[in-house]
Design a protein. Structure first.
Length: 311
């Protein structure tokens, strides 16, 4: 092999394929001595395989590859750190406000009081700055206690009106609204009663049956037909009153007519004996309750009655 062929083979071995060498018209430029020495070292020597590089070249390639890999890793890490650091939200930041200094309030001394104020003035000043006083609260900005605030006076409670109890209305010996019994004068143990709705006089006392005692009890009402007179309502037959009709006295139901009201109204008049009473008719003032054969009627000969408590 000629020297020219050996130089071309060395160029192929060092940098890979290169285009064919072309000389310029002026001739090839002289090569530096360092390059020629490296090229001659790269030429395979007799006795070494042509395709196997030397140990020095293999070490150079490994160092170059390691440096390139480290450079790529460094660039990739820097780019990843910058991208992650730019998008990751940072922790919240708090801005500390400046602390406002507390201005001390000077105590109220003797100079603030009037010159003529003595111990009393000093005590008033001390009370004004007491912790619970309204002045101290206003000076410190705290609200005054409830005791220092003006209280709204509530109206006094209304006094209950005194209840006036009406005195029971008296009409002769009768009390309106109360039950009573009629006993004929001089006939002790006998009472006016109703039996089969007919008014009569029978012997009734505390030992008589309860039905007989109820038949002889009447509630005194104000006269149905006039003032100053009374009407007698049965206690065991409410709404039924003693009235006169057909010259007799009967226990009839009230029908609301004026004729019934006049027939059931009797006006008391004092009897000849003390404590006795006569009962005249409202409809016939000249006639009175009379007694004939144990039955009550209306006639010219009155019978006196004594008002008794119910049995």
């Amino acid at each position: 092999m000629s020297t020219e062929d050996q130089s071309r083979t060395a160029e192929l071995r060092v940098g890979g394929w290169v285009p064919p060498y072309r000389q310029s018209a002026t001739g090839p430029s002289p090569l530096p001595d360092a390059f020629l020495a490296a090229a001659s070292a790269a030429v395979p020597q007799p006795g070494r395989p042509s395709g196997a590089p030397g140990p020095a070249r293999r070490g150079h390639r490994a160092v170059i590859a390691a440096c390139a890999g480290l450079a790529v890793l460094a660039v990739t890490g820097v780019m990843a750190y910058e991208s992650g650091h730019a998008t990751r939200p940072g922790p919240p930041r708090f801005v500390a406000l400046p602390v406002v200094p507390t201005v001390p309030v000077p105590p109220l001394g003797p100079a603030s009081a009037s010159p003529s104020a003595g111990p009393a003035g000093r005590s008033l000043a001390a009370n004004a700055l007491a912790p619970g006083s309204a002045s101290a609260s206003a000076h410190s900005g705290a609200p005054a206690p409830s005791s220092a605030r003006p209280s709204v006076s509530s109206p006094p409670p209304a006094r209950p009106r005194p209840t006036r109890t009406r005195a029971p209305e008296r009409r002769g010996p009768f009390t309106v609204g109360r039950a009573a019994g009629l006993e004929p004068a001089g006939m002790t143990g006998y009472r006016v009663r109703h039996r089969d709705f007919r008014a009569r006089v029978d012997r009734i006392d505390a030992t008589s049956p309860s039905l007989d005692r109820a038949d002889s009890t009447f509630t005194v009402r104000a006269g149905l037909a006039g003032t100053g007179c009374v009407s007698f309502e049965s206690v065991n037959y409410p709404g039924f009153f003693l009235r006169h009709r057909d010259r007799g006295v009967w226990l009839d139901r009230r029908d609301g007519t004026s004729a019934y009201a006049a027939d059931a109204t009797f006006c008391p008049q004092p009897g000849m004996d003390s404590g006795t009473v006569l009962l005249s008719s409202q409809a016939h003032p000249d006639r009175f309750l009379s007694l004939r054969r144990g039955r009550l009627g209306l006639g010219g000969w009155p019978v006196a009655f004594t008002v008794r408590s119910p049995l």
